[in-house]
Design a protein around this ligand. Structure first.
Ligand SMILES: [Zn+2]
Length: 396
C-alpha cells in the first residue's frame, strides 16, 4: 500500500493540476486525489516533487525479436531460440525503461513472442505483451522470412485458425509490400479484396481483431473495405505521391479504425537506403508526414501510437516517446498525443477497463517524468520511475 505524490498528473485523457497523490494497493490504483488527502496508517509515501505521473505507455507496433540495429529483421529469422529469447528480454527492458507497460508485437518468428507472453512471470516487472505471431503475408511477400506465408482460401483460413489456436491477441496481415523486403512493392496490394475479407471474417469469427500493414493507398482502402480493425503505417502512397482525401479520413473516422502511423524515427539516424529511396520517391519529409497524421486526427480518425520499434537503428526499442513528440510536431495537442499511447491505445486494444488511465480499479501501471510533458513534450523522455502492477521497476 503506497501513496505516490507528484506535482501533477496526466490521467490518460487530460492534465490534473496538483500536487496530486496516487493511492496504490494490491497492484491496483485505489484513487487519484489531491496531495493533501489523508494517508491511512501503514501506507508508504513516495515523493516525486516536480514530476508528472502518467499511466504506463502502450507501444502498439513493436518487433521484440528485432534488436534495434540496422538489418534486424534480416537477422531475426536466423537466430537460435536462445539468442532470440535474449533479444526479446533486452527489448522488453528497453521498452520498460521509457515507461512502456504494454507492448504489442506485430511480427515475430516461430511464435517466440507468444511463448514469452505465456511464460510464467518471475515477479520482475515487465511490459504486458500482446502478440500477433508471424504476420500473414503472400508467398514471397513482405517479411516472408518470418514464416507467415499463406495463399488460397484454404491456406488463408488455416493461417488465421492457427493464430487463434495458439492464442494470438491480434492477426497482423501484410496488406502491401514493405521497404525492408526486396522484391515487394509498397504501392501494391499483396492480397485481393476477397482474400483480405476472408482473413478478416475468419478472424472475427474467432474473436480476433485484424490490423493491416498498408503503405499504398490501395492497401489502406482495401483494409477499410475488408472491415479490418486497424491500419499500420498509413502511408497512403500512390504513383503520384501521397494522397489522403477528406472522404478517406471520414470513412476511417466513422468506422473507428485504429490507425497506427508508426512515427518515431530517431532523427540522428540516416534512414536505410531502401527507406530513403521511398521517401524521395514520395517527396515527403518526416515533417510532412507528421502533418498528414495530424490532419487525420483533426478529422476524427482514431490515432494510436506505435513506433515499429526494433527494426533498425532509427527505430530502436524505447523510441515511443519520439513517436508521441512527432504527433505534437505535426500539430496534435500534447494531451491528445499522449492519449494516443494511453487511454486511446487501451480502448483500441480492448484493455480500456483495466489500463491506460489513472483511475480507481485500474492496474497500477504508471510512470513518472521530470517536468510537465503537456508544456514540453520532450519531458516524456525524462522518465524517473516506472511501476507495473504496483511494483517499481529497477531502471538501473
Ligand atoms: Zn512493423
Amino acid at each position: 500500500m503506497q501513496v505516490i505524490r507528484a506535482a501533477r498528473a496526466f490521467d490518460g485523457e487530460r492534465i490534473v493540476n496538483g500536487p496530486v497523490a496516487v493511492f496504490v494497493a494490491q497492484g491496483r490504483i485505489v484513487g487519484l486525489e489531491p496531495a493533501g488527502a489523508p494517508v491511512p496508517d501503514g501506507w508508504q509515501v513516495v515523493e516525486h516533487p516536480g514530476a508528472t505521473v502518467l499511466p504506463g505507455l502502450f507501444d502498439l507496433h513493436s518487433h521484440l525479436g528485432g534488436d534495434g540495429l540496422d538489418g534486424a529483421l534480416d537477422r531475426l529469422p536466423d537466430y537460435s531460440p536462445d539468442r532470440l529469447d535474449a533479444v526479446i528480454t533486452d527489448s522488453l527492458r528497453r521498452q520498460l525503461a521509457v515507461g512502456v507497460t504494454v507492448v504489442r508485437d506485430l511480427g515475430d518468428r516461430d511464435w517466440s513472442v507468444l511463448r514469452r507472453r505465456d511464460r510464467a512471470a518471475d515477479g520482475t516487472p515487465a511490459p504486458r505483451i500482446l502478440a500477433a505471431g508471424p504476420p500473414i503475408t503472400s508467398v514471397g511477400g513482405h517479411c516472408w522470412r518470418l514464416g507467415g506465408e499463406a495463399a488460397g482460401p484454404d491456406g488463408l483460413r488455416a493461417a488465421v485458425r492457427e493464430r487463434a489456436e495458439r492464442g494470438a491477441d491480434v492477426v497482423k496481415v501484410m496488406g502491401s509490400g514493405g521497404t525492408m523486403t526486396p522484391g515487394t512493392d509498397v504501392m501494391r496490394c499483396q492480397f485481393t479484396l476477397a482474400e483480405l475479407r476472408l482473413i478478416v471474417d475468419e478472424a472475427h469469427a474467432a474473436g480476433l481483431p485484424v490490423t493491416v500493414h498498408a503503405h499504398g493507398l490501395s492497401a489502406v482502402e482495401q483494409a477499410l473495405d475488408a472491415d479490418a480493425d486497424g491500419i499500420e503505417h498509413f502511408t497512403c502512397l500512390t504513383d503520384r505521391g501521397v494522397r489522403i482525401s477528406d472522404d478517406l479520413l471520414h470513412r476511417l473516422a466513422v468506422r473507428r479504425i485504429a490507425v497506427c502511423p508508426t512515427l518515431g524515427t530517431n532523427p540522428d539516424v540516416v534512414p536505410p537506403p531502401a527507406v530513403r529511396e521511398m521517401l524521395e520517391r514520395i517527396g515527403a519529409t518526416p515533417e510532412v508526414r507528421f502533418g498528414h497524421v495530424a490532419r487525420a486526427h483533426r478529422a476524427g480518425v482514431r490515432i494510436v501510437s506505435g513506433a515499429d520499434s526494433g527494426i533498425s537503428s532509427g527505430k530502436p526499442h524505447g523510441n515511443l516517446p519520439t513517436a508521441i513528440a512527432d504527433l505534437v510536431a505535426g500539430g496534435v495537442a500534447a494531451a491528445e498525443a499522449i492519449a494516443s499511447a494511453t487511454s486511446v491505445a487501451a480502448d483500441a486494444t480492448g484493455l480500456g477497463d483495466r489500463k491506460g488511465r489513472l483511475r480507481a480499479g485500474h492496474d497500477a501501471d504508471l510512470l513518472l517524468c521530470a517536468g510537465n510533458p503537456l508544456d514540453r513534450i520532450e519531458a516524456l523522455t525524462a522518465v524517473t520511475a516506472v511501476m507495473v502492477g504496483g511494483v517499481w521497476a529497477d531502471l538501473a
